[in-house]
Design a binder for this molecule. Structure first.
Ligand code: PLP
Length: 437
């Protein structure tokens, strides 16, 4: 029996009002826009979601990791209202505005890269990644791009090419962009990889003097919530310096406080040349950015990067409040606390259920990998889906991840309370019991 203080399930899912919307969705919305939750949101606050039928859920997906400061944070909403009363859009390159400059200044100050820095803004994570590659190519005058196994970088042509998971992200969408080379990743639960092996792979794949940029997620997100061994990121820095290519970290998912530091890379004693950021930066408004060393950011010629809505004023205003809130509300420490509490809960579940092969993560970026057998590590994709679905029907949204589809992950709002975490963990435990008996 789940003791409920925050969640409430009072109808079948979907309830009648949600079902009516799903019926119209099936008729008018392209089916590739597949949906995870079996209900339609009516309103949301912090880490809670209420649907059209009055059911209430704890949302551990955080809008796929976009809501570090919580849904509709007070200061974000207040600054958006203020901006609505001023102006909506000019296109910064037509008529510039201060909020974009304010945000650039703040973001440069928060990014732990030494020396002079600059920022550029876009709309989505994929656009940030594509622009990091363009900037690196303009700077190095080289073409090749190095990426890793398990990577997810987005759905546009180059970002999709850089993404590893073919199903569903690449199915039927070729031909892909040229000059993208994939290196092995030290997925410690499943394989060992040494620095020497990694460098040998690089040298056998491509002439390193032709490499413009290496792009890596410091903590792998969609690909399974993988935390690299301590040698990994410093080794990439060494190779970038030795072979003269740009090192870009894709912190679209791991950044903006999620792991307990502003960017995750700060915890590995290494500095990239460029960082891609998005998701929680805009707190639900479409915004992404590339921040990095001025010398590199200055390489593209005027007007060669940008976009009509890039860094729109509403999104910039939201982002300024997000960055302030991380400091004012001490959300970095909160991320560590939230992560520890959830990891503790996951570890207790692992003591009860053999299907949990691994519990891992950094800060509040926590995941568990499910296997049918702890010795063979056979991925338990089907069971993972059934557990996520049982949790959803009981009031907690735990998304899945992983190249093999067998990881449950947490991208919750960092403002979630301890009591809400505990209720979510109880719901998840009940889902394990329901599916595994
Ligand atoms: N890079 C990483 C690490 C991501 O996790 C994502 C999205 O999940 C992207 C890039 C793409 O971001 P978007 O969906 O905003 O294009």
């Amino acid at each position: 029996m789940i003791e409920r203080r925050f969640t409430r399930i009072q109808t079948e899912l979907p309830g009648p009002k949600s079902a009516a919307v799903f019926e119209r969705k099936a008729k008018y919305v392209a089916p590739a826009l597949e949906t995870f939750a079996p209900f339609i949101v009516a309103r949301s606050e912090g880490a809670l979601i209420e649907d059209l039928d009055g059911n209430k859920f704890l949302d551990f997906s955080g809008g796929w990791g976009c809501l570090a400061v919580g849904q509709r944070s007070e200061s974000v909403v207040a600054s958006l209202k203020d901006q609505l009363d001023a102006f909506l859009h000019t296109d910064f390159t037509a008529v510039p505005y201060a909020p974009l400059v304010d945000l650039a200044e703040l973001l440069c100050a928060k990014t732990a890269i030494g020396g002079e820095k600059r920022a550029a803004f876009f709309n989505s994570g994929a656009e940030a990644v594509e622009n990091a590659v363009k900037i690196a190519r303009a700077y190095t005058k080289r073409k090749a791009v190095l990426v890793f196994e398990n990577a997810f970088h987005g759905r546009t042509l180059l970002a999709m090419t850089m993404t590893h998971k073919a199903m569903p992200y690449k199915a039927g969408f070729g031909p892909f962009a040229p000059e993208v080379y994939r290196l092995p990743y030290p997925y410690e639960y499943r394989r060992t990889l040494t620095e020497t092996e990694l460098e040998r792979s690089l040298l056998s794949l491509v002439d390193p003097s032709e490499v413009a940029v290496m792009v890596v997620e410091p903590i792998v997100g969609e690909g399974g919530f993988l935390v690299p061994p301590s040698w990994f990121l410093p080794a990439l820095r060494r190779m970038a310096d030795e072979y003269g290519f740009v090192l870009a970290f894709d912190e679209v998912q791991s950044g903006i406080g999620r792991t307990g530091t502003f960017f995750a890379f700060e915890q590995f004693g290494v500095e990239p040349d460029l960082v891609c950021t998005a998701k929680s930066l805009g707190s639900g408004l479409p915004l992404s950015g590339v921040v990095g060393k001025a010398e590199i950011m200055d390489a593209p010629i005027p007007s060669s990067i940008g976009g009509t809505y890039a860094g729109n004023p509403l999104a910039c205003r939201a982002a300024i409040e997000v960055i302030k809130a991380l400091g004012d509300q001490d959300l970095l420490a909160r991320a560590t606390h939230v992560g520890d509490r959830i990891k503790g809960g996951f570890s207790r579940l692992a003591d009860r259920f053999d299907v949990i092969g691994d519990v891992r993560g950094l800060g509040a970026m926590v995941g568990m990998e499910l296997v049918t057998d702890r010795a063979t590590k056979e991925p338990a994709k089907e069971i993972t889906g059934r557990i996520a679905s049982a949790a959803l029907r009981n009031g907690a949204i735990f998304p899945t991840a992983g190249l093999l589809g067998n990881v449950l992950r947490v991208l919750v709002a960092l403002v979630i309370t301890d009591e809400q975490i505990d209720e979510g963990l109880h719901i998840l435990e009940a889902a394990f019991e329901e599916v595994l008996g």
